[in-house]
Design a protein around this ligand. Sequence first.
Ligand SMILES: [Zn+2]
Length: 475
Amino acid sequence: MNSLLAYLRKHKAEGRIVIIDDISRFSREMEGHWALRRQLKAAGGILESPSIEFGEDADSILQENVRASFAQHHRQKNAEQTRNRMRGRLLNGYWPFQASLGYKYDRREGHQGKCLVRHDPLASIIQEGLEGFASGRFQAQAEVKRFFEAHPAFPRGHRGLVRNQLVHDILTKPLYAGYIEAPTWGIPLRKGNHDALISFETFDRIQRRLKEGAKTPARADINSDFPLRGTVACACCGKLMTACWSTSRTGDRHPYYMCFGKACPQRRKSIKRDIVEHAFAKLLDRLTPGPQLVRLAAEMFKNAWSQRVAQAEAIAKNCELEARKVESQIAALVDRVVEATSEVVISAYEKRIAELERSKLLLEEKSGNTRQPKGKFEELFELALRFLANPSNLWNSGEFTQQKLVLRLTFADHLAYCPINGFSNPKTALPFKMLDVICDGANRLAGTGGFEPRDGDFEIGCSRLFERSYRTLNR
Ligand SMILES: [Zn+2]
């Protein structure tokens, strides 16, 4: 429109005719109609249309007013209907907005209109990213971002990077858990009619992790030349060691680890990378349990697992009961909302209802999930046990991400290294600690006639180990 006005002004002397198809195409509303009309006239344009004759007399102006008013009403009515239809779709659990990444619109049997369906490969990438963040494989949002960036199929902004905001949106969107929510439309969280990429439990865990705040992220600049950087600490002062390449007088480059702690007696004393990594390999070997111990642990785990299956039904029932309790709480609150007159009180009730709805959904999902113990048990079990039986194998693969995984799965804390005594006793992760307990117990068994490992610990540790190691080992 601006360029049209500019053109008209340029040819004001000769005058130009502007033809519009219909009055409804001219302006969105009455006010705008007359403002534009005046501007057009001032610029020397003459408005004409096949559907209406424009004139300056009272009758023509009345007719133009009526036509423009009708056009405005028609447009507003259309917008209203569209909005109502979209709200209706939302209420019925359908997403009426643009398809989110990882989804596309398609027809599905038994559903009216188009539904969101999985759109691969993005759906699988997003699923892996979300599950990875929930399980701790990615410690921070930044790691999820880098994971997405590693996939060429993932859309990115300028400079070829995935936007932080996009990653945050993906992590916080209940849509991926199979739910929809549109607060600005007055639609609280409800079950959607589309396929979920993750469970609601995983979604909830992600939200909790986001609230807790990011733990130490694996730095992007961590050079794959130094897998132990960020893990190995100076035994003297406790600071993490720095890794670097230094160039000797002859121009050769050598890899080193060293401490930069202020006032540390070991400050800037470089230690050859090979020496540190050799000591580390030995440490891992020391952690490797004997075959007998692995067999014993496997038996114990299988026992624990079958107990768990037996408990599953009880847990599911309990969840259902809890869900029903929450439901009656919601009903009671709804009654109170009806009686309440103060806006403040009503909004407080509504907030509480939304919270309760959320926990109800979680409970319902839990009761559904616990009933079917996760199917691939044997497969998961084999993979985790393979790692537990020999962490060195994965480390020796030499692949940086695998090595990082070994560090995360095996150790609970940084590893203190001293140039003289090597690595001090490490704090190991739960499954390895439990292997120790079993080992102690087994030794005592011969003498005192029985032992009990701490209830459930080993199982919990292993389930976590399974979850984390599954994807990586299964690649
Ligand atoms: Zn130091």
